[in-house]
Design a protein around this ligand. Sequence first.
Ligand SMILES: [Zn+2]
Length: 166
Amino acid sequence: MPNVEYRGMNLIVPENDSEWREYVKTAREHKLVMRKCAACGLLRYPPSHGCPWCGDLGWSWQEVSGKGTIHSYEIVVQAIQPGFRDWAPYPVVLVELDEQRGSPTPDEGLRMIANLVKPDFTPEREEHVAIGKRVRVLFQDLSPEIALPQFTLTDEPPQGRVWRLA
Ligand SMILES: [Zn+2]
């Protein structure tokens, strides 16, 4: 897989990286997939080798809806990566996907970190970000082989209380 540039940075997904290669390739087909444990059936993210819940090494890819709720977020004020300096301040969200909410314990779920962007892939405004707001995945195509999953706000009713960090 050739290297891809994203905001001035080289994205490298080695051919032998079994954990991320299929993930980004599938994202390029605009499908979001998670690893599903063959033993306990739980989904996990990131796509690690073993199941974090039961330790089993068997798994298969499972497509998920890409819909979720902002579980938490941060506003990046000092961008460490030069490519993001002109974005700051910009939001990074921890999204709890609709699949597997409250599992395997009531406080857990299937959560992933991504940028919160507008449909044109520019950063969402800080004042529009809040915990409880609904989001859906967007795929930003970077090359014929790689796309990055990002999230964008939807107009669905929020999940639970909506609040912002002070
Ligand atoms: Zn398991």
